[in-house]
Write a protein that binds this ligand. Structure first.
Ligand SMILES: [Zn+2]
Length: 438
């Protein structure tokens, strides 16, 4: 999970208002949703399941440590996926399978007449193969790359799956559990993109990602990343002087882009992150390339900025060609990253239910946030989605010093259980609160 802006324009009224120990629901809840939540929460089987989650938390953490030690670098999640598949089956999801892109997917059917909720955690880490993921316990903290982001989420789902099956609870709606590939970096959300391409009729989505129960992510910052590739004839710096240069054209383009203005609201950002090109100091460059990252909380602002950046590069090419009375320099735009922008309304049942669950468990939530997570994909499709975390304390995500400390960590899976049961509904006890989409 990438933590970015905390408060976005549309949801600012709910941000930053929590007082110390204020565990009232963060967002106002509809009476109808409150009554379904209460029906779920007071069901004796649910109370028993919550207790089981608490009792098995030590095992949940053991499982988290074991999975952490199976490395899952970007595009190399297969070993961890196969291990996870076995764990899902062992907890009663007999039909679990690995899909065409490498996601582990398992359906827990409801009574057949309700909405479909998809809940996932991501398999991949940011770390390359060479990084040691052995867990080290020091002063009550477990240190290992990837232990929180997102092995915590993976372990939380397993706890919920086992307890749910022990409980004998039948839901009204279907619940699809997933462990997906490709959340981080160049993974470009490809796992979740594939899930929403392949699964029909998903009505709502929850991503369980990372540690610390401090907010509900209901907005998705979008990003577009490109390589701008400049090409020209190249030649000897002295003998061929007079030819246009790919590097000079690139320099002009970066200078133009560096002057572009972006709005503060909706927050829109850019940077040219890397440059490369040329052959030697005494050659007119035949090639040059830079990589640019553009982000926004608004799809329109992102598209507008992308257009401006491309126009700036085309203008730079024209200028470089005109300078040498040539037409030999060209530029090509290669898309290397695409995370769609989206948001879920705070009125949405998925946000209301998460807020009620945290309040009931006494967890203080400081805000509704915007970030770049797997939820970006369903949000961009108009499917209500949130990202919540898996509980416990931790820090250092995306660094080799990442750590996890099991402080009240059972609250993570308990909240997940209350969320999915309230959204899907319990047969004979409560109606689903997740709306079926047309
Ligand atoms: Zn993550």
């Amino acid at each position: 999970m990438r933590l970015l802006a905390i408060c976005g324009l549309i949801i600012m009224q709910w941000c930053g208002t929590a007082l110390a120990q204020d565990t009232r629901p963060l967002v106002p809840a509809d009476d109808a949703i409150v009554s379904q939540f209460d029906a779920v929460f007071t069901d004796p089987r649910v109370q028993d399941a919550l207790e089981r989650i608490l009792q098995r938390e030590a095992r949940t953490i053991e499982e988290q440590l074991a999975i952490t030690e199976i490395p899952a670098p970007p595009f190399m999640e297969q070993r961890r996926a196969e291990d996870y598949l076995q764990r899902m089956r062992a907890y009663g999801l007999d039909d679990a399978y690995i899909d065409s892109i490498g996601n582990v997917v398992a359906l827990r059917s409801g009574t057949g007449d309700g909405p479909t909720l998809l809940i996932t955690a991501h398999l991949d880490t940011v770390f390359p193969e060479t990084v040691d993921t052995t867990v080290v316990l020091r002063d009550g903290r477990y240190y290992a790359p990837g232990i929180g982001d997102d092995t915590r989420g993976l372990a939380v789902l397993l706890s919920v799956i086992e307890v749910l099956n022990q409980s004998g609870i039948e839901t009204v709606g279907d619940i699809i559990f997933g462990a997906n590939v490709g959340e981080e970096g160049r993974g470009d959300l490809r796992g979740v993109k594939a899930l929403f391409r392949d699964l029909d009729d998903v009505d709502g989505f929850i991503s369980v990602d990372g540690v610390r129960l401090n907010r509900i992510t209901a907005g998705g910052t979008g990003s577009r990343r490109f390589e701008f590739i400049f090409r020209g004839p190249g030649g000897h710096s002295f003998g061929a002087f007079g030819l246009p240069s790919a590097i000079h054209a690139m320099g002009r383009a970066i200078a133009h882009i560096a002057e572009l203005q972006t709005p503060r609201f909706p927050k829109t950002t850019f940077t040219v992150g890397t440059v490369a090109g040329g052959t030697s100091v005494n050659s007119i460059a035949a090639d040059a390339v830079f990589a640019i990252d553009m982000r926004s909380n608004s799809a329109d602002s992102l598209a507008l900025f992308e257009q401006s950046a491309k126009e700036a590069a085309l203008r730079a090419v024209e200028e470089e060609n005109a300078r040498w009375d040539s037409d030999a320099i060209s530029v090509e735009f290669a898309l290397i990253g695409d995370r769609p922008v989206g948001s879920t309304s705070v009125d949405s049942p998925v946000v209301q239910v998460a807020s009620l669950a945290y309040a009931e468990l006494g967890v203080e939530i400081s805000g509704v946030g915007i970030s770049s997570t797997d939820s970006n994909v369903p949000m961009s499709l108009g499917i209500p989605a949130i990202t919540i975390s898996g509980g416990g304390d931790g820090g250092g995500a995306h660094s080799p010093d990442e750590w996890f400390e099991p402080v009240d960590s059972h609250l993570g899976p308990q909240a997940v259980l209350l969320n999915i049961l309230t959204l899907a509904g319990i047969a004979g006890v409560s109606e689903p609160t997740l709306l079926e989409r047309d």
